[in-house]
Design a protein around this ligand. Structure first.
Ligand SMILES: [Zn+2]
Length: 486
């Protein structure tokens, strides 16, 4: 199964792995099974040499033509861009037709953020309902290229569900490590159904991540967390697809949720590659939004902002110097409940390349933003809604101007965490902050835009009365003018 000897002229022939630490920069072959640089412990990037690649207009034409092709790889929004992926032409591609996700206009969310317009790129419309699929297709394919038998990951739920599905497609053994009691039912259900061995660990995601990294030292086991550079390669194609959907135009801002920070890293890499290849002529500002209770990256940025010149350090040095993991991360947006994100250095690089910001938002802001996105007819999981909450703040703070073009990346489907949605609308949603000084009432998330079910007698009259009342409420609210007061 080892197909690591590349054919001439393919992307794999021109690619290698390189340490992302600027002062190291060590280079390794693609078929070396590495997660971090053996020399310095730094994260690895896959690097594809530009020499031998087609011109920008030729690449655009090839990618466009594939939209009407019958080749299974062309039905994937990832493999359609395979000139920029580090694989041979005959690589054993494992695909579930991922990618090709919609880019929606979201007028109500735009008004809520006080923007003229806002677009939502919904990565929750992937086969397993989250953005993870775009990276899992390439990571599991690389697993086959390397001839591994078992794939593992630590997960807050979405990575687990995605890996379980792709491992099943590839007939690989799959083990997933999840923090016990902290994964939504839907995500757990997916992993079980796809046949993964689910190991529930005591502790939080960061503990699971530590355990899985130790496990991966075993030769037979392949680790596919976002520390794996082949995950990032698939995920970077979101930047390609998004830009293509805008007729190769570039938005002023792209905003993503921040958990383990692999996604921000991947988007940054994707946009940078497009710029280097002349496919776009500028970079969008890439901003990352974290939940207040799990915001080590945002806190680091805030410290950088406060740094004064007389500390004798450049702002960049202040940043790198002041990254501190959060010991006990807390947020109901479980997909980003991560205190020690492994990809923070790559994400920092991406935010710097593009001149973006890092923002944190409260649990209440996340919940309200999620409900507003819903009123645009678009369902997402709580972590995704950090974007709209963050954009609202960035507009209020003047970093985003109302007339600028903005795209928020939604990372997970609304059905990934139905309990959260129901509790918000029934006004029974509480944060899990167990500190003794907070009463249950103080931990309650207000249902600002709650839409709770109504009990009605099963008669025509009673139902009509309810409908007329609902119509009146919607009319007098001007179709959600309440968003303006929020
Ligand atoms: Zn290194």
């Amino acid at each position: 199964m080892n197909q690591s000897v590349p054919a001439e002229g393919t992307a794999a022939a021109r690619a290698s792995q390189r340490c992302a630490e600027p002062e190291c920069g060590a280079q390794y072959r693609l078929d070396e099974r590495l997660y971090v640089c053996p020399r310095c412990g730094g994260l690895l990037d896959v690097e594809i040499e530009r020499e031998g690649l087609s011109r920008a207009d030729e690449l655009r034409a090839v990618w466009r033509a594939r939209l009407s092709s019958f080749d299974a790889r062309d039905h994937s929004g990832v493999w359609r861009y395979r000139e920029l992926l580090p694989f041979d032409r005959d690589a054993p591609v494992v695909t579930l037709a991922e990618g090709n996700t919609p880019l929606y206009d979201a007028p109500r969310s735009a008004r809520y953020c006080r923007l003229d317009a806002l677009k939502l790129k919904h990565q929750g419309c992937n086969p397993t309902g989250s953005f993870k699929d775009t990276g899992m297709t390439t990571a599991v394919t690389q697993g086959l290229v390397l001839g591994v038998r078992t794939v593992v990951c630590a997960s807050t739920g979405n990575t687990a569900a995605s890996l379980a599905a792709y491992a099943a497609r590839a007939s690989l053994l799959c083990a997933i490590l999840v923090p016990r009691g902290q994964v939504s039912h839907a995500k757990l259900a997916q992993s079980l159904d796809y046949g993964a061995r689910v190991l529930e660990l005591e502790g939080n995601f960061d503990d699971a991540m530590r355990a899985v990294r130790e496990l991966a030292e075993d030769e037979a086991i392949y680790l596919v967390n976002s520390i794996n550079p082949f995950r990032i390669e698939g995920q970077k194609t979101v930047a390609f697809e998004l830009t293509e959907q805008l007729a190769w135009g570039v938005p002023d801002h792209v905003v993503v949720p921040g958990g383990n920070l692999g996604n921000s890293s991947a988007l940054g890499k994707g946009f940078k590659e497009l710029l280097d290849l002349g496919l776009i002529d500028r970079l969008p500002r890439l901003s990352v939004v974290q939940a207040e209770g799990a915001a080590p990256f945002a806190r680091m940025f805030a410290r950088g902002d406060r740094a004064t010149p007389d500390e004798g350090l450049a702002p960049d040095e202040v940043l790198e110097d002041s990254f501190r993991p959060v010991e006990r991360p807390q947020t109901l947006a479980t997909a980003i409940k991560i205190g020690a994100p492994v990809s923070w250095k790559k994400a920092l690089r991406a935010v710097r390349w593009t001149g973006g910001r890092v923002q944190s938002v409260s649990e209440q802001e996340i919940a309200d933003a999620k409900a507003i996105i819903g009123r645009d007819g678009i369902g997402c999981e709580p972590a995704s809604a950090t974007t709209v909450a963050g954009i609202k703040r960035l507009v209020a703070g003047g970093f985003i101007r109302p007339d600028e073009s903005v795209v928020a990346v939604l990372t997970g489907h609304v059905l990934k965490d139905a309990d959260y949605v129901i509790n918000y609308h029934r006004e029974t949603l509480h944060t899990r902050d167990r500190s003794p000084d907070k009463t249950k009432e103080e931990r309650r998330i207000k249902g600002t835009f709650a839409n709770s079910p109504v009990r009605v007698k099963a008669t025509r009259g009673a139902i009509l009365e309810q409908l007329s009342r609902a119509g009146h409420e919607e009319f007098s609210a001007g179709g959600l003018d309440c968003v303006d007061e929020a």
